[in-house]
Ligand binder design. Structure first.
Ligand SMILES: *[C@@H]1O[C@H](CO)[C@@H](O)[C@H](O)[C@H]1NC(C)=O
Ligand SMILES: *[C@@H]1O[C@H](CO)[C@@H](O)[C@H](O)[C@H]1NC(C)=O
Length: 297
């Protein structure tokens, strides 16, 4: 009798260990616990015990394929957000998680939990995805729409990868949230040229970035990750990434595009901005150049 109970316990705990192995891990950062982030389980009890504050905005950061908790996309998103506002930043650790639908299911369920159990409105929440993480964010948007009958408000996609049939089924699109903005910094290399959002920005023409050594090949980690390094300025009051609207990705240049009052990252569902935008940046911080083009007129 005792042996049987013991066996059942072993089997039950093995099962939960297996289930947990397929789930991403989640780490919570707020301004108060910035230097001592908390691991949270995607369930109500764990959130209640944590520093999660349901009235503050929530930013969920989804990394590149297999990106773990110390990958650079998470540290840049955490710093860029917590420098500016009181909010919850939740980073998703995908180490060892190779099943796209498991990732989308888990992150989607977490958002549904926020909404149903913590009364978080979708306007309070946004997703940021880097590389493959941009497409995963899109998949989460689709799942949330199915589960809640309502769209995510905003997805920020940072240098999304080109379609990669082997890794991912879901390709990010403007249907995945009310507003999808995309920043392309290594198109044709690690990233894609393809317009995927309501607004697609192509800093410096979108393929290689100033200060990055292009002799190391077009798939250039420096240009790819530049999309991350622009975030801090983009989300700050000193954002001066003045952009120009272009007709197509074939004509991305200061001469061929029409300068607008739109700064990269400022468009949302309430503005009428849509389409392709070009801008130039410096090679290091401060990256933004402001209305430098006026000097040429
Ligand atoms: C995260 O991944 C990187 C690169 O694969 C690795 O060097 C590092 O040790 C990992 N860190 C953790 C905390 O697992
Ligand atoms: C991913 O996991 C789901 C169940 O969670 C399963 O149906 C599917 O076959 C898995 N896909 C792959 C590629 O292993």
């Amino acid at each position: 009798m005792q042996k049987r109970v013991f066996l059942i316990i072993v089997v039950v705990s093995l099962c939960s260990a297996i289930a947990a192995a397929n789930e991403p891990k989640y780490i919570l950062y707020t301004q108060r616990i910035r230097d001592s982030p908390q691991t949270i389980e995607p369930e109500a009890e764990s959130l209640v015990r944590s520093s999660f504050y349901a009235l503050d905005p929530i930013i969920v950061s989804i990394p590149r394929w297999l990106g773990n908790s110390s990958t650079v996309e998470h540290s840049t998103v955490v710093a860029a957000k917590l420098d500016q506002e009181t909010c919850n930043v939740i980073t998703v650790d995908l180490e060892g998680i190779t099943n796209e639908s498991d990732i989308i299911e888990s992150v989607g369920n977490l958002i549904v939990l926020f909404n149903r159990q913590f009364d978080v409105s979708l306007e309070q929440l946004s997703l940021v995805g880097f590389a493959e993480g941009a497409h995963l964010a899109g998949g989460v948007g689709e799942k949330v729409k199915t589960d809640l009958g309502q769209q995510l408000t905003k997805i920020t996609a940072l240098d999304p990868t080109a379609e990669n049939g082997e890794l991912l089924q879901h390709k990010l699109s403007a249907q995945d949230a009310e507003f999808v903005e995309v920043i392309h910094t290594n198109s044709g290399g690690a990233g894609t040229w393809e317009e995927l959002g309501h607004v697609d920005y192509y800093p410096n023409g979108g393929d290689s970035q100033p200060g990055c050594d292009i002799t190391t090949g077009i798939a250039n980690a420096c240009s790819h990750e530049r999309a991350l390094h622009l975030l801090n300025e983009m989300w700050s009051p000193s954002n001066d990434f003045v952009s120009a609207r272009c007709g197509s990705v074939l004509t991305l240049s200061a001469e061929n595009c029409r300068w607008s009052s739109l700064r990269m990252g400022e468009a949302d569902v309430s503005t009428s901005a849509s389409g392709i935008y070009f801008l130039e940046t410096h090679s290091s911080t401060p990256y933004s150049r402001g209305a430098y083009y006026i000097g040429f007129l």
